[in-house]
Write a protein that binds this ligand. Structure first.
Ligand code: ADP
Ligand code: MG
Length: 701
């Protein structure tokens, strides 16, 4: 049993007891001294200095002023009667306004006397004033010896009614601080604190609750954030190092007939970014170690070419390859598209999905087991137990975030040496998040679109302009283009969403009458056959309009489509909107994305829509999304299993510190990979407490 003071149960803190302990656990999850100590104030009241009236600006929070009252008067009448005291500190004037307790204030306040005023300035008639500030004569404030800065903790109704008011909570923190003073064990080595100029943990944990001034608070926050980010990165980098040492990979040194055939028959030159990524992959697969690489590239950046040439490398060296897509539609599309690029004499390709017929399925199983099939494209049907490969050398996982962790981890034990893994995603992930989410993977980025792409023109249109939108659609269709109309599908209101889609479909077919116009419809309630049929109508150009739920979000490639209409656009997230928009703009024609919304938009929705209209850059949008919503909501983060609910650090705001912490972790592990040197004993010990359940892609084959 540990007798470390921070592990003590909270009920043993003087003044808490079993009843309050229960309440603290229920409301705040606080069970131990440590839990309480790590419950930090969410803001501070700064009485560490006096502000000048001339300093006040719109960003001012609670501040204190020191000055004299110049005049006192009454204004308004009836309920609007208010007492106004004009207050000055020599740098300017400000009005103190009281609506209540007027009589009492009239008696208390005296013109010409010096006061300390404390409150939050607000704006009225273009002037700053204080409404109901705290106000005390200077002499009285000086005598009370109040602390300079006071933390304010978040509370709940139940805490309040259960007798744990803000004041009581602060008192608990005070008692705890006294009790643990001098007993908090340091968690970072001395040399590291010095190198990074970090204050000791004990002091940081004291000052974050009771900072003597803003500088001390800043130091405390920096120390605690740094520690949090550093240990997370230390854990991730360590895993990566272990993998690099242990993960033997199949060697794919040969560039042979299959690769050369495709390379010389390319309909277009590869972009610089595609070539660079292929080089990075080539370095991996000839290193003798297993590749675990994440390829990020915006929609339409040409990731498929990278997948194909990676697969061809495996095949030229006598190994098999597979490409796994998240949906049947996408798998089918990859399969249909690949014959443009490869020689079927040199590469035998198969398609394996949930709807592959039994007989064909058996043949494919046999072909994979005896090695006669070189490349298989499919859905999760590829990871079923019956699928056995003769010698799988490389696996590509496309649009990875659609695979749940379960499906991924059930993947292969299907060959003796784990195959090389290339995970591709079109959901751009901000650098800082990628560093954490995929901290154990190597990351490649395609940051260049194929030449000739015109930016997609994005506009925001209100419900009342639907007629105009229809006119525009007609113009484009008459010019030979195709149009997507997408409806949101959100689990909670699935039924209503289908109704919306149904009504939308009716309205469209009413407006765009057959046989002049053909409209296809695709949604999750159709049978796979119907879905495939309608999808095919659109892909082959027989249908002019595709009405769909967001199932078309990922990967569908119809170069002739030039307009993407998104209904109820306010209900989609930024990443999703960007994905949808990426379905157009793939051909040579000018393309358009029309975001339809209702009248009333929340500020957040409006910001999202404005961002979409302002930029086509997926990475820029991803950064903005991270800032707006935080990492918890980020697509892919929830499935990652990684504890991203950082306590004090913020992946969006603290990215320079995160990068510094990652580099520090790399430096330390470069010098001492197993953390066995005496000076790193503390790191080794504390690392055991860090929970990082990073998906192990080497087990995914
Ligand atoms: P994504 O990265 O979204 O998967 P795709 O691989 O589907 O993108 O490529 C999008 C489109 O760009 C396809 O029609 C593809 O043929 C085309 N393409 C890919 N690479 C190039 C290139 N280097 N030059 C011109 N067009 C390209
Ligand atoms: Mg793709």
């Amino acid at each position: 049993m540990s007798s470390y003071i921070l592990d003590s149960e909270i009920k043993f803190l003087p003044g808490v007891g079993p009843k309050r302990a229960l309440l603290l656990e229920k409301e705040l999850g606080v069970r131990t001294f440590r839990d309480l100590l790590y419950t930090f104030p969410f803001r501070y009241v700064d009485r560490s200095r006096f502000y000048a009236i001339s300093e006040i600006d719109s960003a001012s929070t609670y501040i204190q002023l020191r000055g004299t009252i110049k005049s006192i008067s009454l204004a308004g009448s009836g309920k609007a009667t208010r007492l106004i005291a004009v207050f000055s500190d020599g740098t300017g004037y400000i009005e103190l306004v009281f609506f209540k307790g007027i009589k009492w204030m009239q008696d208390k306040l005296q013109v010409g006397q010096e006061y300390v005023v404390f409150g939050k300035p607000s704006v009225f008639n273009e002037h700053y004033n204080f409404v109901h500030p705290e106000i005390e004569p200077v002499a009285k404030v000086a005598a009370s010896g109040n602390p300079a800065m006071t933390g304010v903790y978040s509370s709940t109704e139940k805490l309040q009614s259960g007798g744990i008011s803000g004041k009581v909570f602060t008192t608990m923190q005070q008692k705890l601080a006294q009790l643990v003073a001098g007993q908090i064990e340091e968690t970072l080595p001395e040399y590291f604190l010095q190198r990074k100029k970090l204050i000791p943990l004990g002091r940081a944990l004291h000052d974050i609750h009771f900072p003597p001034d803003t500088y001390a608070l800043e130091q405390a926050r920096r120390r605690l954030k740094y520690e949090e980010l550093f240990y997370l990165q230390l854990a991730l980098v360590k895993q990566k190092f272990i993998k690099m040492r242990e993960g033997t990979g199949v060697m794919l040194p040969r560039i042979g007939a299959a690769f050369n055939y495709s390379y010389s028959h390319l309909p277009f030159p590869l972009t610089g970014a595609q070539k660079r990524v292929l080089k990075e992959i080539r370095a991996d697969v000839t290193s003798g170690r297993q590749m675990n690489r994440l390829l990020q590239g915006d929609v339409g950046s040409g990731k498929t070419m990278v997948a194909i040439f990676s697969a061809l490398q495996a095949i030229d060296n006598g190994y098999q390859a597979c490409i796994m897509a998240p949906t049947e539609v996408l798998a089918q599309q990859h399969y249909n598209g690949i014959f443009k690029y490869i020689s079927t004499d040199l590469v035998k390709v198969a398609l394996l999905t949930g709807s592959t017929k039994t007989r064909e399925r058996r043949e494919i199983y046999a072909g994979l087991a005896d090695g006669s099939i070189n490349l298989v494209i499919g859905t999760h049907a590829l990871i079923e137990e019956k699928v056995q490969f003769a010698n799988l050398g490389l696996a590509v996982i496309d649009e990875q975030h659609r695979f749940g962790v379960d499906q991924r981890s059930r993947l292969w034990s299907k060959s003796e040496i784990a195959p090389h893994i290339l995970v591709m995603t079109a959901t751009p992930i901000p650098r800082t998040l990628a560093m954490t989410l995929y901290g154990d993977l190597d990351v490649s980025v395609i940051d260049e679109l194929p030449p000739g792409r015109k930016p997609i023109i994005t506009t925001h249109v209100g419900e009342n302009q639907r007629k105009k939108v229809y006119d525009f659609m007609r113009k484009e269709i008459d010019a030979g283009r195709q149009v997507f109309v997408v409806y949101p599908l959100i689990k909670e209101s699935e039924k209503m969403d289908y109704e919306n889609l149904e009504q939308g479909y009716l309205a469209i077919t009413e407006e765009f009458k057959a046989p002049d116009y053909i409209t296809a419809v695709v949604h999750g309630k159709q049978t796979p056959e119907n879905k495939a049929f309608d999808m095919n109508l659109f892909v082959t150009g027989k249908a002019d309009i595709l009405v769909a739920t967001s199932v078309i979000e990922v990967g569908v490639d119809v170069p002739n489509a030039s307009v993407m209409v998104i209904e109820s656009a306010e209900r989609f997230g930024l990443a999703q909107l960007h994905q949808l928009r990426g379905r157009v703009g793939r051909g040579a024609e000018k393309s358009y994305c029309i975001l339809m919304t209702g009248y009333k938009l929340s500020k957040e929705s409006r910001d999202r829509i404005d961002m979409m209209c302002a930029t086509n850059d997926g990475f820029e949008l991803a950064e903005a999304d991270l800032k707006m919503r935080g990492p918890g909501d980020f697509e892919g983060t929830r499935q990652s299993g990684l504890a991203l609910d950082l306590h004090i650090a913020d992946l969006a705001k603290d990215s320079p510190m995160l990068e510094d912490a990652r580099n520090a972790a790399i430096d330390i592990l470069d010098d001492d990979p197993s953390l066995s040197k005496a000076k790193n004993a503390l790191l080794a010990k504390n690392l055991q407490n860090i929970r990082t359940e990073v998906t192990d892609y080497s087990k995914i084959s």
